[in-house]
Design a protein around this ligand. Structure first.
Ligand code: FES
Length: 286
Protein backbone atom coordinates (compact mmCIF):
# COMPACT_ATOMS: atom_id res chain seq x y z
CA UNK A 1 0.00 0.00 0.00
CA UNK A 2 1.41 3.39 -0.98
CA UNK A 3 1.88 6.35 1.38
CA UNK A 4 -0.91 8.43 -0.25
CA UNK A 5 -3.33 5.53 0.15
CA UNK A 6 -2.41 5.14 3.83
CA UNK A 7 -2.81 8.91 4.31
CA UNK A 8 -6.20 8.81 2.63
CA UNK A 9 -7.41 5.98 4.82
CA UNK A 10 -6.16 7.73 8.00
CA UNK A 11 -7.73 11.00 6.87
CA UNK A 12 -11.04 9.27 6.20
CA UNK A 13 -11.01 7.62 9.64
CA UNK A 14 -10.24 10.95 11.34
CA UNK A 15 -12.95 12.65 9.30
CA UNK A 16 -15.55 10.09 10.35
CA UNK A 17 -14.45 10.24 14.01
CA UNK A 18 -14.54 14.05 13.93
CA UNK A 19 -18.05 14.02 12.49
CA UNK A 20 -19.17 11.49 15.07
CA UNK A 21 -17.71 13.55 17.92
CA UNK A 22 -19.40 16.68 16.56
CA UNK A 23 -22.74 14.91 16.43
CA UNK A 24 -22.43 13.42 19.93
CA UNK A 25 -21.39 16.71 21.55
CA UNK A 26 -24.09 18.66 19.70
CA UNK A 27 -26.68 16.10 20.77
CA UNK A 28 -25.59 16.17 24.40
CA UNK A 29 -25.61 19.96 24.53
CA UNK A 30 -28.84 20.34 22.62
CA UNK A 31 -32.23 21.52 23.91
CA UNK A 32 -33.59 19.28 26.65
CA UNK A 33 -30.29 17.53 27.26
CA UNK A 34 -29.22 16.69 30.78
CA UNK A 35 -26.28 19.07 30.44
CA UNK A 36 -28.54 21.94 29.58
CA UNK A 37 -30.80 21.04 32.49
CA UNK A 38 -27.72 20.89 34.70
CA UNK A 39 -26.69 24.35 33.53
CA UNK A 40 -30.14 25.71 34.29
CA UNK A 41 -30.10 24.20 37.77
CA UNK A 42 -26.63 25.56 38.41
CA UNK A 43 -27.64 29.04 37.30
CA UNK A 44 -30.72 28.90 39.46
CA UNK A 45 -28.67 27.86 42.48
CA UNK A 46 -26.19 30.64 41.79
CA UNK A 47 -28.94 33.24 41.65
CA UNK A 48 -30.39 32.14 44.95
CA UNK A 49 -26.97 32.05 46.65
CA UNK A 50 -25.54 35.38 45.45
CA UNK A 51 -27.35 38.53 46.61
CA UNK A 52 -29.03 40.00 43.59
CA UNK A 53 -27.98 43.56 42.97
CA UNK A 54 -30.97 44.25 40.84
CA UNK A 55 -33.35 42.92 43.42
CA UNK A 56 -31.65 45.05 46.04
CA UNK A 57 -31.72 48.03 43.74
CA UNK A 58 -35.39 47.64 43.17
CA UNK A 59 -35.91 47.28 46.88
CA UNK A 60 -33.92 50.43 47.37
CA UNK A 61 -36.23 52.28 45.00
CA UNK A 62 -39.23 51.54 47.14
CA UNK A 63 -39.76 54.56 49.37
CA UNK A 64 -38.71 53.90 52.89
CA UNK A 65 -41.60 54.16 55.28
CA UNK A 66 -41.29 57.14 57.55
CA UNK A 67 -42.00 57.13 61.19
CA UNK A 68 -44.77 59.57 60.65
CA UNK A 69 -46.55 57.39 58.05
CA UNK A 70 -46.80 54.39 60.29
CA UNK A 71 -48.77 53.58 63.37
CA UNK A 72 -46.81 54.18 66.52
CA UNK A 73 -46.35 50.53 67.38
CA UNK A 74 -44.91 49.74 63.89
CA UNK A 75 -42.72 52.85 63.78
CA UNK A 76 -40.90 51.78 66.88
CA UNK A 77 -40.11 48.41 65.29
CA UNK A 78 -38.77 50.03 62.08
CA UNK A 79 -36.52 52.42 63.88
CA UNK A 80 -34.95 49.64 65.86
CA UNK A 81 -34.26 47.32 62.87
CA UNK A 82 -30.64 47.59 61.47
CA UNK A 83 -30.41 48.88 57.92
CA UNK A 84 -28.90 46.36 55.57
CA UNK A 85 -26.05 47.67 53.46
CA UNK A 86 -26.52 47.43 49.67
CA UNK A 87 -23.61 45.69 47.92
CA UNK A 88 -21.85 47.60 45.19
CA UNK A 89 -21.13 45.79 41.87
CA UNK A 90 -18.20 46.22 39.51
CA UNK A 91 -18.89 45.17 35.90
CA UNK A 92 -16.06 43.22 34.18
CA UNK A 93 -15.09 43.70 30.54
CA UNK A 94 -15.03 40.72 28.13
CA UNK A 95 -11.23 40.47 28.34
CA UNK A 96 -11.35 40.52 32.13
CA UNK A 97 -13.98 37.78 32.18
CA UNK A 98 -11.76 35.48 30.00
CA UNK A 99 -13.06 32.39 28.19
CA UNK A 100 -15.90 30.52 29.79
CA UNK A 101 -16.39 26.78 29.61
CA UNK A 102 -18.93 26.87 26.80
CA UNK A 103 -16.72 29.06 24.62
CA UNK A 104 -13.74 26.82 25.29
CA UNK A 105 -15.59 23.67 24.18
CA UNK A 106 -17.07 25.36 21.13
CA UNK A 107 -13.66 26.55 19.99
CA UNK A 108 -12.03 23.18 20.65
CA UNK A 109 -14.79 21.48 18.67
CA UNK A 110 -14.40 23.86 15.73
CA UNK A 111 -10.61 23.45 15.76
CA UNK A 112 -10.79 19.66 15.74
CA UNK A 113 -13.41 19.66 12.97
CA UNK A 114 -11.47 21.94 10.66
CA UNK A 115 -8.21 20.15 11.51
CA UNK A 116 -9.76 16.84 10.48
CA UNK A 117 -11.21 18.38 7.36
CA UNK A 118 -7.79 19.77 6.44
CA UNK A 119 -6.11 16.41 6.95
CA UNK A 120 -8.69 14.72 4.76
CA UNK A 121 -8.22 17.35 2.05
CA UNK A 122 -4.44 17.00 2.05
CA UNK A 123 -4.66 13.19 1.95
CA UNK A 124 -7.12 13.32 -0.97
CA UNK A 125 -4.85 15.69 -2.84
CA UNK A 126 -1.82 13.46 -2.25
CA UNK A 127 -3.80 10.44 -3.47
CA UNK A 128 -4.93 12.16 -6.67
CA UNK A 129 -1.58 13.77 -7.44
CA UNK A 130 -0.04 12.16 -10.53
CA UNK A 131 3.10 10.12 -9.99
CA UNK A 132 6.10 11.70 -11.64
CA UNK A 133 8.55 8.83 -11.36
CA UNK A 134 8.72 5.12 -10.61
CA UNK A 135 5.99 2.51 -10.51
CA UNK A 136 3.41 1.34 -12.97
CA UNK A 137 2.03 4.22 -15.05
CA UNK A 138 5.39 5.93 -15.43
CA UNK A 139 8.67 5.19 -17.21
CA UNK A 140 10.32 2.12 -15.66
CA UNK A 141 13.92 1.11 -16.28
CA UNK A 142 14.60 -2.60 -16.75
CA UNK A 143 18.37 -2.15 -16.65
CA UNK A 144 21.10 -2.50 -19.30
CA UNK A 145 19.92 -3.94 -22.61
CA UNK A 146 22.75 -6.45 -22.89
CA UNK A 147 22.13 -7.83 -19.40
CA UNK A 148 18.46 -8.39 -20.30
CA UNK A 149 19.36 -10.16 -23.53
CA UNK A 150 21.84 -12.39 -21.69
CA UNK A 151 19.17 -13.34 -19.15
CA UNK A 152 16.64 -14.17 -21.89
CA UNK A 153 18.81 -16.36 -24.15
CA UNK A 154 19.09 -19.99 -23.04
CA UNK A 155 21.94 -22.41 -23.93
CA UNK A 156 19.56 -24.77 -25.76
CA UNK A 157 18.39 -22.05 -28.13
CA UNK A 158 15.07 -21.41 -26.37
CA UNK A 159 14.21 -18.20 -24.56
CA UNK A 160 12.95 -17.31 -21.08
CA UNK A 161 11.32 -13.86 -21.07
CA UNK A 162 12.65 -11.28 -18.60
CA UNK A 163 9.88 -10.36 -16.17
CA UNK A 164 9.85 -6.87 -14.63
CA UNK A 165 7.30 -6.67 -11.74
CA UNK A 166 7.42 -2.85 -11.49
CA UNK A 167 6.23 -2.62 -15.10
CA UNK A 168 4.03 -5.75 -14.98
CA UNK A 169 5.73 -6.64 -18.23
CA UNK A 170 7.43 -9.54 -19.97
CA UNK A 171 10.43 -8.46 -22.05
CA UNK A 172 10.97 -10.68 -25.10
CA UNK A 173 13.31 -10.52 -28.10
CA UNK A 174 12.11 -9.57 -31.58
CA UNK A 175 14.85 -10.44 -34.03
CA UNK A 176 15.66 -8.37 -37.12
CA UNK A 177 14.43 -11.26 -39.28
CA UNK A 178 11.01 -11.25 -37.54
CA UNK A 179 10.36 -7.54 -37.07
CA UNK A 180 9.90 -6.37 -40.71
CA UNK A 181 7.10 -8.90 -41.33
CA UNK A 182 5.29 -8.33 -38.02
CA UNK A 183 2.61 -5.83 -37.02
CA UNK A 184 5.15 -4.00 -34.90
CA UNK A 185 7.55 -2.86 -37.61
CA UNK A 186 6.25 0.69 -37.69
CA UNK A 187 5.41 1.40 -34.07
CA UNK A 188 7.49 2.35 -31.04
CA UNK A 189 7.14 -0.96 -29.19
CA UNK A 190 10.48 -2.42 -30.25
CA UNK A 191 13.88 -0.98 -29.25
CA UNK A 192 17.26 -2.62 -29.78
CA UNK A 193 15.61 -5.98 -30.58
CA UNK A 194 13.44 -6.08 -27.44
CA UNK A 195 9.74 -5.51 -26.81
CA UNK A 196 7.71 -5.36 -23.59
CA UNK A 197 4.38 -7.21 -23.30
CA UNK A 198 1.82 -6.30 -20.64
CA UNK A 199 1.24 -9.44 -18.58
CA UNK A 200 -2.53 -8.75 -18.41
CA UNK A 201 -4.61 -11.10 -20.55
CA UNK A 202 -6.67 -9.12 -23.06
CA UNK A 203 -9.66 -11.40 -22.49
CA UNK A 204 -10.63 -10.73 -18.85
CA UNK A 205 -7.43 -9.47 -17.31
CA UNK A 206 -5.76 -12.49 -15.67
CA UNK A 207 -1.97 -12.38 -15.31
CA UNK A 208 -0.55 -14.49 -18.12
CA UNK A 209 2.45 -16.73 -17.26
CA UNK A 210 5.16 -17.97 -19.58
CA UNK A 211 5.24 -21.64 -20.64
CA UNK A 212 8.82 -22.77 -21.22
CA UNK A 213 7.89 -25.98 -23.05
CA UNK A 214 5.58 -24.41 -25.64
CA UNK A 215 7.63 -21.18 -25.79
CA UNK A 216 4.54 -19.02 -25.46
CA UNK A 217 2.18 -17.37 -22.99
CA UNK A 218 -0.80 -19.39 -21.77
CA UNK A 219 -3.60 -17.86 -19.75
CA UNK A 220 -4.68 -20.12 -16.86
CA UNK A 221 -8.17 -18.58 -16.62
CA UNK A 222 -9.79 -19.50 -19.95
CA UNK A 223 -6.90 -20.94 -21.94
CA UNK A 224 -6.00 -18.13 -24.34
CA UNK A 225 -2.59 -18.63 -25.91
CA UNK A 226 -0.06 -16.20 -27.35
CA UNK A 227 3.27 -16.91 -29.05
CA UNK A 228 6.63 -15.68 -27.78
CA UNK A 229 6.22 -12.14 -29.14
CA UNK A 230 2.63 -11.91 -27.84
CA UNK A 231 0.68 -12.61 -31.04
CA UNK A 232 -2.73 -14.21 -30.50
CA UNK A 233 -2.76 -17.96 -31.19
CA UNK A 234 -5.83 -19.52 -29.52
CA UNK A 235 -8.67 -19.10 -27.01
CA UNK A 236 -11.27 -16.37 -26.32
CA UNK A 237 -8.81 -13.43 -26.27
CA UNK A 238 -9.88 -10.82 -28.87
CA UNK A 239 -6.39 -9.59 -29.86
CA UNK A 240 -2.65 -9.86 -29.28
CA UNK A 241 -1.18 -9.16 -25.86
CA UNK A 242 -0.93 -5.40 -25.37
CA UNK A 243 2.54 -3.91 -25.41
CA UNK A 244 4.22 -0.76 -24.15
CA UNK A 245 6.14 1.98 -25.92
CA UNK A 246 9.85 1.38 -25.17
CA UNK A 247 13.20 3.06 -25.74
CA UNK A 248 16.87 2.71 -24.88
CA UNK A 249 18.17 5.73 -22.99
CA UNK A 250 21.60 7.39 -23.13
CA UNK A 251 22.93 5.05 -20.45
CA UNK A 252 21.97 1.99 -22.51
CA UNK A 253 19.08 1.06 -20.22
CA UNK A 254 15.83 -0.38 -21.53
CA UNK A 255 12.97 1.95 -20.57
CA UNK A 256 9.36 0.78 -20.54
CA UNK A 257 6.77 3.56 -20.78
CA UNK A 258 3.97 1.87 -18.88
CA UNK A 259 1.72 4.90 -19.36
CA UNK A 260 1.65 4.25 -23.13
CA UNK A 261 -0.11 0.99 -23.97
CA UNK A 262 -0.38 -0.13 -27.61
CA UNK A 263 -3.13 -2.67 -28.45
CA UNK A 264 -3.00 -4.58 -31.75
CA UNK A 265 -5.49 -6.80 -33.60
CA UNK A 266 -5.00 -10.55 -33.97
CA UNK A 267 -2.07 -11.13 -36.31
CA UNK A 268 -3.32 -12.40 -39.72
CA UNK A 269 0.01 -14.16 -40.24
CA UNK A 270 2.08 -15.35 -37.31
CA UNK A 271 5.66 -14.12 -37.12
CA UNK A 272 7.17 -16.95 -35.06
CA UNK A 273 6.71 -20.71 -34.82
CA UNK A 274 4.21 -21.84 -32.18
CA UNK A 275 4.05 -24.09 -30.25
CA UNK A 276 7.58 -25.36 -30.00
CA UNK A 277 6.71 -28.08 -27.47
CA UNK A 278 3.88 -29.30 -25.21
CA UNK A 279 1.37 -26.82 -23.75
CA UNK A 280 1.27 -26.01 -20.05
CA UNK A 281 -2.53 -25.57 -20.02
CA UNK A 282 -5.33 -27.41 -21.77
CA UNK A 283 -6.43 -26.20 -25.17
CA UNK A 284 -9.43 -23.85 -25.06
CA UNK A 285 -12.25 -23.33 -27.54
CA UNK A 286 -11.96 -20.08 -29.48
S1 FES B 1 -8.62 -14.04 -18.86
FE1 FES B 1 -7.19 -14.98 -20.12
S2 FES B 1 -8.35 -16.25 -21.36
FE2 FES B 1 -9.79 -15.33 -20.11
Amino acid sequence: MTAPQILTILGSILFVLGGLATFVIAYRRGPGSWEEQLDKDARKADRSRIPSVFTRSKAAEVPEPTVESLPTSVAVAVVEEPVEKVHSVVELSASEQGVNRRQFFNRALAASFFGTLGTFGIASLAFSWPKVSGGFGSDVSAGPVQAIKDAIAQPDGTITPFYLPAAKAWIVPVSDSVLPNSQFAEDLTVADGLTALWQKCVHLGCAVPWCQSSQGFECPCHGSKYNQIGEYEAGPAPRNLDRFVVEVDAKGEFIIKTGSVIPTERAPVKSVKYPQGVFCTAAAAE
